[in-house]
Design a binder for this molecule. Structure first.
Ligand code: NAD
Length: 484
């Protein structure tokens, strides 16, 4: 099974003039990037504060834009768009002085007598490309790290939530000179034009398929990349899990943003002995949170819509395909494509060849698979690309440890889900197909910094090894080889 993703539109030509405009701004950022190398913590904090204040001042406007884009509930906008940016900004403002300090390192036996340290230098001109599902958060949070590290930035938010991206363009224009931070709205054509340029770092959040395009473009200039990607994130509910808590928490993690979250549970392995009870709990939570019928759920103020009709058709296609191959609908199952609406839907009995088993769902469908042997579940997970998230619900330490040690994932929650994203002192990122590098806090600062190795001589010890290579020096080398 391979992870296939959501969005690869045909390349349309770059609108005339935009390419030249991109080139002009990129050139303007050259001198600024060099000047910013000596920027102080105070100067960088002042810029982050401007972003923080502007996001707070536009909070209601962000609610309105997100509602226009896909009826996203304001509480979810606060929780997953505004709060993460504010929290990233506050964390950076508090910690930046410490992050910027050169870090002294102990000499190794070969370098006794040398004073050495790591100096964090800005990478230079950076490009940040964000996806539509949390357009504000996933553009402005990396921007905090980018500014903290002393860089210039060009931002390219997703075109799929146009009200949000227009608002972000306005915010950036209001608070930053274009030679420090600029934003270009547009689709794949604008992205492609940007990716042609020799940036010093690219921070991309989006699908694995487009991540490969970004990495190939970066390779032309040997530009470093941070790739925050997606994929299918499994959840395991074992026979000892607290089912009520698991159902309530997982239905929140899954149906926030209507399943359109990179770290949402994509599918669930439930132990056969508790599967039916777990499903019953999940159905009860869905009905309590969003209503029983499709009509009630369509009218729910707590359920965002699918982002557009194309994605609604894609997700409905996965549902139709699974049904046609014999999957059973446990709740939900109705779709109104013209309204970008699909019911929160739980399914089981899904055959291995159903498309829903291989594609990242990125929508309100949740397959539930019965298992009896945890080792087989681990083998199945290990046969897939490494996921961005893996969740385990259990009260059995042996099971938790087995899953942690024998699988690989960007992040894991034990008896929780999605909150690994919110922890500013943990690295947030994937592994291989789900991403390269990490974001948040000091990890984001480092992503946008070059760790420069600096060595300063106190005594010229190395002189004993300079030519001529006498017998004495050969003896010295022998001693060194033996004493390392
Ligand atoms: P996407 O990859 O289609 O688009 C992301 C960005 O890339 C957009 O700005 C888009 O305009 C641009 N783009 C699209 N095609 C391009 C191309 N061919 N060349 C250059 N640029 C291109 O992703 P999406 O549909 O916006 O978002 C959904 C995906 O993002 C899912 O796979 C999800 O798991 C992932 N995601 C990951 C994270 C994370 O933090 N790891 C967060 C959110 C979403």
């Amino acid at each position: 099974m391979s992870t296939v993703v959501s969005y690869l539109p045909g390349v349309t030509p770059t609108p005339s003039g935009v390419e030249a405009e991109i080139q002009r701004v990129f050139e303007r950022q050259r001198e600024t990037a060099i000047r910013l190398r000596t920027s102080t913590a105070q100067e960088r904090i002042a810029k982050i504060k401007r972003l923080h204040d502007a996001v707070m001042a536009h909070r209601t406007a962000i609610h309105e834009a997100a509602y226009k884009d896909f009826k996203k509930p304001p509480a979810e906008v606060d929780l997953a768009e505004v709060l993460p940016v504010i929290s990233e900004a506050k964390h950076a403002m508090r910690a930046l002085k410490g992050w910027m300090k050169p870090k002294g390192v102990w000499p190794t036996s070969l370098t006794v007598g040398l004073k050495s340290w790591i100096q964090y230098e800005p990478k230079g001109r950076c490009l940040i490309i964000s996806p539509w599902n949390y357009n504000v958060n996933l553009c402005f949070s990396p921007l905090v790290s980018c500014i903290a590290a002393g860089n210039t930035a060009i931002l390219k938010p997703s075109e799929m939530t146009p009200h949000l991206s227009a608002l972000m363009a306005k915010i950036v224009k209001d608070i930053f000179p274009e030679d420090e931070v600029a934003l270009f709205e547009g689709d794949v054509a604008v992205s492609t034009a940007l990716l042609d340029l020799p940036f010093d770092h690219i921070f991309f959040t989006g699908s694995p398929a487009v991540g490969k395009v970004v990495m190939a473009a970066a390779a032309k200039h040997l530009t470093s990349v941070t790739l925050e990607l997606g994929g299918k994130s499994p959840t395991i509910i074992d026979e000892t899990a607290d089912l009520k808590l698991a159902a309530r928490t997982l239905m929140w993690g899954k149906y926030t943003n209507n399943g359109q979250t990179c770290i949402a549970p994509d599918y669930v392995y439930a132990h056969a002995s508790i599967k039916d009870a777990f499903i019953k709990e999940c159905v009860a939570v869905i009905e309590e949170n969003y209503g029983r019928s499709a009509k009630e759920q369509m009218g729910s103020p707590y359920l965002a819509r699918v982002v557009n009709e194309r994605h609604t058709k894609r997700i409905n296609g996965l549902l139709t395909d699974a049904r046609a191959r014999g999957a059973r609908i446990l709740c939900g199952g109705e779709a109104v494509e013209s309204e970008c609406f699909i019911q929160p839907t739980l399914l089981d009995n899904i055959p291995a060849d159903a498309k829903i088993q291989s594609e990242e769902i990125f929508g309100p469908l949740l397959p539930i698979i019965a298992y009896t042997d945890l080792d087989r579940v681990i083998d199945e997970i290990n046969a897939q690309p490494k996921p961005l998230a893996l969740y385990i619900w259990s009260k059995t330490e042996g099971n938790i440890e087995k899953v942690l040690k024998r699988t690989s994932a960007g992040g894991t929650c034990i008896n929780h889900c999605v909150v690994q994203y919110a922890h500013g002192n943990l690295p947030f990122g994937g592994v291989n197909n789900s991403g390269i590098g990490s974001a948040h806090g000091i990890f984001g600062f480092k992503a946008f910094s070059h760790e420069r190795a600096v060595v300063r001589t106190r005594f010229m010890m190395a002189r004993v090894l300079f030519p001529p290579y006498t017998d004495f020096k050969a003896k010295m080398l022998n001693i060194m080889l033996k004493t390392q």
